[in-house]
Each structure stands twice: as structure tokens, then as C-alpha cells.
Design a protein around this ligand. Structure first.
Ligand SMILES: [Zn+2]
Length: 478
């Protein structure tokens, strides 16, 4: 079976967090009372006319630019015709021949190297309603139309992905970009991001095999499991000499397997035609330039830069890049270049994150500045404060706008470097810990660590531990 290659493509739907729906003024809001955010347009009542929400186009163009797409200057909406109870018009307004964004790509770090997945297209469309199956024993299904007309973008990848792990990494990348652009709330548990997964197998270098599609997989872990299941199923069929039949399958995450929904479905079946109620629309060059200027450096690019240029570990790079505020702060520190990127990273990932978590606040609620952190790192580098005293300084920097010098003086944290003072401490500790001294002299060298610890205690943490150790050793050698 090793001569077969797994090929995966994803169609990712993301709900856009515009204030109103895509074709009417109804609120775009999750969790409202059923059927409270509806009007004749989103209910598809006869005679109601849709008007395209400009914000939806802007958000989609932003995602297109973030994924290196070409933005079509003229774009058109199309009707996708099918019947389902959650779709009152019996068609979905989507895009077909002239999607908003085409021919892009996204790069991200996966397994230590850069993966590049081409983006076939990004188009805008409306969401359908939601079927609510009764849970109290009555054999009924209710319909909530609040979600009808909620704006979606569908991001269609080329079949460039080759494992479930890479697919999940790709999805996580899309999610972090959507969050950076602030165009989707990314709450997977509320269905804000959903995925259709295509899996096929072909002989290496040969033409693409027949694909099977799994619909509506809505968590990262479910995507991973659904793909693993499908790879195993297809490889088994191929090993048995059977052929793969084109199918649409439904993934059941609780059962851990997928089931056939329907076979052989093609775009023709939807009888796409241009939406007659909304004319094709233009996105001006100027608009694209304006939106392009609003796009920050994106998390996937930051991760690659942190790891390959700054020598930060993948885990730390992913954590910092995932947090817009933290990564902006880290970037500023790196630009200041007063200390190594790794030092900044260690303090951010260590004391800062610990503080934010224990106080349940975000970075923006602290008073830490790049200058403050740099001054503190200077004080450590110049031997003015010990690492443990620096932790106390750092905590004050987070809460108060005081200078590092002020804090060191107020808290009396300056390190003791004076040899004669250190010698007094050493003599005091050695005379009151005779057993440890004997232990050390009889070969138990770890007694030295204990003695250094005692000296630090006596000095209230102010002794320079390196010098302290040297002085202790000089006495013990006598
Ligand atoms: Zn409406």
C-alpha cells in the first residue's frame, strides 16, 4: 500500500462576525430566542429582495488578501438550488463562476518544515437555518431560522494536504488568521468554523483518485479522526482490489466513524445560475489597497519567523503568535534589540504568562513596557539584581509605572556583591552548619548547594549566588 499517496482537500466555512446578516438588516447574533432575528428577506418570503451587506465583501476580501489571493474586480452571486427544511427559499445564495478571491496560498510550520497549501478560491454565501431535534421524548424536529442569512466565507483549498496532522495544522492556521483579522469569533463549539473534508488516494505521480467527502466536521480533533478513518477505509478497499466510489459521507464523532449520505454528487446537480436579484458587483483597486493596509503581520508568518530567525522553540512561538497582544509586545522587544530574543521569550512565557493566568487578565491590563523589561534585564546582566530578585521587580513592573531603579531601592533588592559582607555571611552559615561542612569534606558534594541556599536565606535573597558559592568553596578548601 505504500505506493499510494493520501490527498486531502478542505472546504472550510467560517461565519463572519458582521453586525447584521448578509442580505438583510437582521441581527447576526448567536444564542437569541429561536426565530427572533428574522424578516421577509431571510425567511425567503415571496417578493422580498436581498441587498448585499458591504461589510461581508470587505471581510472576505481581507481573508483573500491574508491568503495571498487575487481579488476579482468583478464578482457575482449565484443560486445553489436544493431542498432542505432549514432552507426556506429552496436555494442558497452563494458564488459559483465569479468568486470574490482566487488562486492564493497559505504557508505554515508543520513538523519542523514549511507547508504550503494552495487556495483555490474564497467565496461568500449565506448560512441556512438550524434543525432542532426535540430532546424530551416527543418525536419532533423544530426549525430555527435565526441562522438563515448569516454571512459565511467558504475557503476551498487545493488537494495539497497529505496527512490528518497537516490538515489540522492548516485549519488551526486559518483559525488564527481569522482571529487576527477579527472577522470571525472562531467559536468551534457554536459552529463558527465548519469543515467539509475530501480524501482520495492515488499512485505516486499518477492522476488524482476518486474522492469521498465528509460533511460538517466541526472540531479540530474530529477532523483528525474523520480523516484517519477515511484513509484506513480507502486503503482497505484498495488493498482488497475494490475501487473507491465517489460518496458524500456523514462523520459521526460519537461513533467514531462515517456513514454514506449520498453517492455521485456534482456541481451540476445544484443547477447554479446567476442570482437575478443582485447584480454583479465591483471591488475597486482603491478599496483593495485600503483593506490591504489594515492587515497586520499574520500569526503563521510570525511563527515561521520566530522559529527560523529568532531561534524560539515551536511551542513557544505558537503560543506567543496565537496571542495578538503578546506577540505585538514580543515583536517590540525584539526590535529594541537590547537583549536576545530568547531572554524576552523566557520572561514572557514564564513570569508574564503565570501572572496573567493567576490574575485572569490580559496583557493589555498590565503596565509592563518594553523599556521596563529591558531595564530589568540590564540590571540582571550587570549583576545588580539576582534572577530571583528580578521576579519581584517584574511583578511591580506589571502593576505600577515605576522605574526599575526605584523598585530595586524601594524593595531593597540590590544584590550583595561586596566580598567582605559576603564573607561575613559565609562564616556565619558555616559555623552554624557544621554537619553539612563535614558532609562536604567527606565527599558529599551536594552539601554545597544546601550551604549556598542557607547563605541566600541569611542575605534575604540578595547575595550574588555565584560569588557566594566561590567564597564558600574557598573556605571549605581550607
Ligand atoms: Zn432578515
Amino acid at each position: 500500500m505504500s505506493d499510494y499517496e493520501t490527498v486531502i482537500g478542505l472546504e472550510t466555512h467560517a461565519e463572519l462576525n458582521t453586525k447584521t446578516k448578509i442580505f438583510c438588516g437582521c441581527k447576526n447574533e448567536f444564542g437569541s430566542e429561536a426565530n427572533s432575528n428574522v424578516c421577509p428577506v431571510c425567511l425567503g418570503l415571496p417578493g422580498a429582495l436581498p441587498v448585499l451587506n458591504e461589510k461581508v465583501v470587505e471581510y472576505a476580501v481581507k481573508m483573500g488578501l491574508a491568503l495571498n489571493c487575487t481579488i476579482n474586480s468583478v464578482s457575482a452571486l449565484a443560486r445553489k438550488n436544493y431542498f432542505y427544511p432549514d432552507l426556506p427559499k429552496a436555494y442558497q445564495i452563494s458564488q459559483s463562476y465569479l468568486p470574490l478571491c482566487v488562486n492564493g496560498y497559505v504557508e505554515f510550520l508543520y513538523n519542523g518544515s514549511i507547508s504550503r497549501v494552495r487556495i483555490n478560491r474564497i467565496h461568500i454565501e449565506e448560512d441556512a437555518g438550524k434543525l432542532v431535534h426535540s430532546e424530551n421524548g416527543e418525536d419532533k424536529t423544530y426549525i430555527d431560522f435565526n441562522r438563515c442569512g448569516v454571512p459565511l466565507i467558504e475557503i476551498v483549498s487545493e488537494p495539497d494536504i497529505h496527512s490528518s496532522g497537516e490538515a489540522v495544522a492548516y485549519l488551526k492556521t486559518l483559525k488564527s488568521i481569522l482571529r487576527y483579522l477579527d472577522i470571525c469569533d472562531c467559536k468551534m463549539q457554536e459552529g463558527s468554523i465548519r469543515c467539509d473534508v475530501n480524501v482520495s488516494h492515488n499512485r505516486k505521480g499518477g492522476p488524482l483518485g476518486t474522492r469521498c467527502e465528509m460533511k460538517n466536521v466541526n472540531s479540530f480533533s474530529a477532523v483528525g479522526r474523520a480523516i484517519e478513518f477515511e484513509i484506513k477505509r480507502q486503503k482497505q478497499l484498495l488493498a482488497d482490489g475494490s475501487s473507491i466510489v465517489q460518496q458524500t459521507r456523514r462523520w459521526d464523532d460519537i461513533m467514531g466513524r462515517s456513514f454514506v449520505m449520498r453517492t455521485k454528487e456534482n456541481a451540476d446537480d445544484y443547477r447554479y445560475f446567476q442570482e437575478p436579484d443582485i447584480p454583479p458587483f465591483e471591488v475597486s483597486k482603491q478599496k483593495i489597497e485600503e483593506l490591504s493596509a489594515l492587515i497586520p503581520q499574520l500569526p503563521n508568518i510570525k511563527i515561521i519567523r520566530y522559529v527560523t530567525e529568532l531561534g524560539i522553540s515551536v511551542k513557544d512561538a505558537e503560543f506567543i503568535a496565537d496571542n495578538i497582544e503578546l506577540s505585538a509586545f514580543f515583536d517590540e522587544c525584539v526590535v529594541s534589540a537590547r537583549h536576545r530574543p530568547k531572554s524576552y521569550c523566557d520572561w514572557i512565557m514564564g513570569e508574564l504568562v503565570k501572572y496573567l493566568n493567576s490574575h485572569s487578565i490580559s496583557f493589555g491590563q498590565t503596565r509592563l513596557t518594553v523599556g521596563g523589561l529591558n531595564d530589568m534585564l540590564d540590571a540582571i546582566a550587570n549583576g545588580i539584581i539576582s534572577n530571583s530578585a528580578a521576579k519581584k521587580v517584574f511583578e511591580v513592573l506589571l502593576e505600577d509605572q515605576k522605574s526599575v531603579d526605584e523598585i530595586i531601592n524601594e524593595l531593597g533588592l540590590a544584590q550583595l556583591n561586596d566580598i567582605s559582607q559576603l564573607e561575613v555571611i559565609a562564616e556565619q552559615v558555616l559555623s552554624s552548619n557544621e554537619k553539612s561542612v563535614q558532609d562536604y569534606k567527606s565527599g558529599k558534594t551536594n552539601a554545597l548547594g544546601y550551604l549556598v541556599g542557607q547563605c541566600m536565606k541569611v542575605s534575604n535573597g540578595k547575595a550574588d549566588p555565584v560569588r557566594m558559592k566561590e567564597i564558600l568553596l574557598s573556605y571549605l578548601m581550607l
